[in-house]
Design a protein around this ligand. Structure first.
Ligand code: PLP
Length: 404
């Protein structure tokens, strides 16, 4: 059992009224709130030892560098990478995918080749592949899904061909909550020697991730969805693949030696980290990961599963409400529609009661097209959410439905 009262006190933002009502924050798939320890870590950096990393010959720079590299070690452990050389610090999931598209992609995708993604991708795992494929005269192919929001594995198998250069697929859908069987997809891809990138933006906050067990070639996630700061994220890549990849951005940090004639590049992971990084936020990410580890990922998963079940059951009793995304394996993300009420209006009416949900296409327009809809309302739960908050939301929706 989690000590929810204590956990909620860890997040100062939750203790406020919005529009005259206690805040009920159910937009965690967009970004999660930050515990006080993470905010403190940011403050401590700027107040106590703000300094540039990897190049300083003074005490503050040494401390900043040490703390910065401690985060890399914490990330390595968080996803069970085999070494810190495999952990590239980025601005977020989006930048990490663009990095792979612009390096691995530009190097390996040729005219006529193919990249496979799925119907349920976030735009950040669609557009970078479209851009590189357009540049190269290659093609993006799409794994279809069934009406529950699950990838149809047999159809995916049919898409694989000798032209397939990479498969990039989301671990957990930010709209449907579906947990994809990525191990099975990776196994199939590797039978054909095709590398796989896993978009972990929505899996990293919810359950334990082991990149070695999964055997993915790349795994990406964002700090701000795992209770860490924004503007910070991770690209994991297998060392052998990263070593073969050309650099992404050029500049300081990523070089060994520069002359006007020729530049040699730094070793992993610095080859992919040009310029002054996001130091304070990187340092605070370790604090966020420590916080998650302290509560325990399995405990978080169990609590969120309970919330998912509880909300799904309560939604069954709301007239005209339809859940979009009914996969067998889901995380605590529920998209829904109410016949006769536009999701945007529903969101506004709930906001008037202090209840924050998300409405719209959730950066997944092709997925909306698959379901023949423009958007959904979406409630998504984190470790600090409670059944009482779900009761409040459900009660408000009942009243709204009765009124319309
Ligand atoms: N992929 C998924 C599944 C997401 O949910 C998101 C963000 O919502 C992203 C990628 C992009 O993450 P970021 O905006 O942090 O780069």
């Amino acid at each position: 059992m989690l000590d929810l009262e204590k956990i909620r006190k860890d997040f100062p933002i939750l203790n406020q009224e919005v529009n005259g009502f206690p805040l009920i924050y159910l937009d965690n798939a967009a970004t999660s709130q930050k515990p006080q320890v993470v905010i403190d870590a940011l403050n401590e950096y700027y107040i106590g030892y703000n300094s540039n990393v990897h190049r300083g010959a003074h005490t503050l720079a040494d401390k900043a560098t040490g703390k910065f590299e401690d985060t890399r070690t914490a990330v390595k452990e968080f996803i069970n990478a085999s070494s810190t050389e495999e952990v590239i610090l980025t601005k977020g999931t989006t930048e990490a995918i663009n990095l792979v598209a612009n390096t691995y992609g530009r190097q390996n995708i040729k005219e006529g080749d193919e990249v496979i993604i799925s119907t349920m991708e976030h735009h950040s795992n669609i557009v970078p592949w479209q851009m590189i494929c357009e540049e190269k005269g290659a093609k993006v192919k799409v794994m279809p899904i069934n009406d529950n929001g699950e990838i149809i594995f047999e159809e995916f198998q049919k898409l694989i061909s000798p032209k397939t250069k990479l498969i990039s697929v989301v671990h957990v859908s930010n709209v449907l909550g579906t947990i994809n069987d990525v191990e099975k997809i990776i196994e199939e891809a590797h039978r054909h020697n095709i590398p796989v990138l896993i978009d972990g933006a929505q899996s990293s906050p919810h359950f334990n991730v082991d990149v070695q067990k999964m055997d993915c070639d790349f795994y990406v996630f964002s700090s701000h969805k795992v209770y860490g700061p924004t503007g910070m994220g991770v690209l994991y890549g297998k060392k052998a693949i990263l070593e073969e990849m050309p650099p992404f951005l050029g500049g300081g940090e990523m070089i060994k030696e520069v002359t006007f004639e020729k530049t040699t590049f730094n070793d992993l992971p610095f080859k992919f980290e040009a310029g002054t990084p996001n130091i304070g936020d990187t340092i605070a990410l370790k604090t966020a990961l420590d916080y998650v580890n302290e509560i325990g990922k399995d405990n978080i998963a169990r609590h969120e599963e309970e919330l998912l079940e509880y909300c799904t059951a309560a939604f069954q009793d709301i007239k005209r409400l339809k859940i979009i995304g009914t996969a067998k394996k889901k995380v605590s993300v529920i998209s829904f529609l109410i016949d006769g009420i536009h999701p945007f209006d529903l969101g506004m009416m709930l906001d008037a009661k202090g209840i924050a949900i998300r409405t719209g296409h959730h950066c997944a327009q092709p997925l909306m097209n698959r379901f023949g809809i423009d958007g959904t309302a979406r409630a998504s739960f984190a470790v600090y959410n409670t059944k009482e908050e779900i009761d409040q939301m459900v009660e408000s929706i009942h009243k709204i439905v009765a009124r319309f």
